[in-house]
Design a protein around this ligand. Structure first.
Ligand code: ZN
Length: 471
């Protein structure tokens, strides 16, 4: 029984861990590594094992840093089952295809850039750039998904049984407990996936897991303490009212899946409570339109608050003055409009997509507000905004940041240090070791220390490619 950490090892993206058991290999997640373009491309394209050598993949949730490299695996010849929750599978239908479109566009962009460089005499750049994977690869991935209901143990391979629990991180997100058996030896291994927060909008709270021998746990906010979630509505309302009074726009970078729906839900509650007026709200993301439909379908996963709102008003994601925009021309028309409004758009970390146009057009106007609602990884434009840099580069143009920048820490989909410590408590009885993944080094160091202090447990922060024998 051996674990090898191939991704989200001392970083926050590209979640992928390999479990070797009875001569068979399974992956826990197969996420896209996101970082500098060239490095990310190389790392995602060259899997550290033959794709065909993998027998199965167990997926924690639909976020692209946990699923986004599945099509590369399939392109390489993987044909085994990909086990996930029903909502994760429904979301992946749209998210993997969307990711493939982005890969194709990225390849086109690089080919054009290379043409320019070749014209200038640089003949080392290739003429044709192949995308990491195509829409066809993504479509070939989808039939491999197998749906697994929560808390129902399921045999995956000889000696490998899987059982999932609600992780409270996004719609359909799971943590999993794997029961392993090899040569008469039995062990249990828990994998947290991403752990959510209690009282987040829409999703239910993270479920407790049973005691296990080993735990692989995320540590995104291992060095942080979030503000209490109860204050988020008032803070959001204050920010909206203040911006509208100035006659400004609110530009909100948000993941199309999860954060966008949470924001719409919160706006719905605030309007119902008359804490904010009805005002024009645009969700400018084709992916958000399709995935919001998945949210509407999986009402069984809603928490009580969302069920209550749905019972009272019908669709929790519909508002009188809310428009979902898919059309590019409508998206561009927002640039010319001077009307105070809120524009929610992706990508969540401001690295690509329509949000860049909205930021370019609005970032230098002090009437406007940039509302940050999620985690921003190092080196992203979103992180530069959080860090309040006086100017930022968008599409190669240096722009002064004059808009107000507000951060809603409360909405984080990830548990903070205290919440992670509490979440892991039931697992710790008999726990032999914790492996910390999915965190930047400073967060992991703090989380490691906190676990050692509270639970006196050995902790490993594995490096990429590090293997550990489970015994
Ligand atoms: Zn996630």
């Amino acid at each position: 029984m051996q674990l090898t950490f191939w991704g989200a090892a001392q970083t926050v993206t590209g979640s992928m861990h390999q479990l070797s058991l009875n001569g068979s290999r399974s992956l826990l997640d197969c996420g896209l590594y996101q970082g500098h373009r060239q490095e990310a491309r190389e790392r995602n394209a060259s899997l550290p094992f033959p794709a065909k050598s993998i027998a199965s993949v167990l997926v924690s949730h639909a976020h692209i840093d946990h699923t986004g490299n599945l099509p590369t695996l399939v392109k390489g010849g993987f044909a085994g089952p990909i086990v996930a929750s029903p909502a994760t599978i429904d979301l992946c239908k749209y998210m993997l295809t969307d990711s493939a479109h982005l890969q194709e566009k990225d390849a086109e962009f690089m080919a054009k850039r290379n043409t320019r460089r070749r014209a200038l005499g640089d003949h080392d750049t290739p003429e044709i750039v192949e995308p990491l994977y195509s829409v066809e690869d993504a479509e070939r991935t989808l039939p491999l998904f197998q749906s697994a209901a929560q808390r129902q143990p399921r045999q995956i391979a000889p000696g490998l049984s899987y059982c999932s629990y609600d992780a409270g991180h996004m719609l359909g997100s799971t943590a999993m407990v794997l029961s392993l058996e090899e040569k008469g030896r039995k062990l249990t291994l828990a994998f947290s996936g991403d752990v959510g927060r209690c009282h987040l909008p829409i999703t239910r709270d993270p479920e407790p897991l049973p005691p296990c021998d080993y735990l692989i746990m995320e540590s995104t906010y291992g060095n942080r303490f979030h503000d209490p979630i109860g204050a988020v509505g008032d803070k959001l309302a204050d920010t909206i009212v203040r911006t509208l009074k100035r006659g400004g726009k609110l530009i909100v970078p948000a993941f199309a899946v999860g954060r966008t729906q949470e924001l719409v839900f919160l706006l719905h509650e605030l309007i119902d409570a008359e804490k904010i007026p009805e005002f024009p709200i645009f969700v400018d993301s084709p992916l958000a339109v399709n995935t919001t439909a998945v949210f509407r379908k999986h009402t069984e996963l809603f928490d009580d608050e969302t069920k209550a709102l749905a019972a009272k008003d019908g669709d929790p994601f519909a508002l009188k003055m809310l428009r979902f925009i898919t059309d590019v021309s409508e998206s561009k028309a927002l640039n010319d409009s001077r009307m105070p409004c809120m524009i929610i758009s992706a990508s969540g970390m401001c690295e690509a997509g329509r949000i860049l146009h909205h930021l370019r057009n609005n970032i230098s106007n002090p009437k406007n507000t940039i509302l940050i609602t999620g985690f921003m990884a190092e080196n992203t434009l979103g992180r530069k905004l959080v860090d309040k840099l006086p100017e930022v580069s968008i599409f190669g143009e240096l722009l002064p940041v004059r808009a107000e920048v507000v951060k809603l820490n409360e909405l984080s989909g990830h548990a903070d240090q205290r919440e992670l410590l509490d979440w892991m408590e039931p697992i710790t009885h008999g726990l032999k070791r914790v492996f910390l993944v999915h965190g930047e080094p400073v967060a992991q160091a703090a989380m490691c220390q906190a676990i050692q202090e509270r639970y006196k447990l050995p902790v490993t922060i594995p490096a990429r490619g590090q293997s550990v024998v489970l015994e």
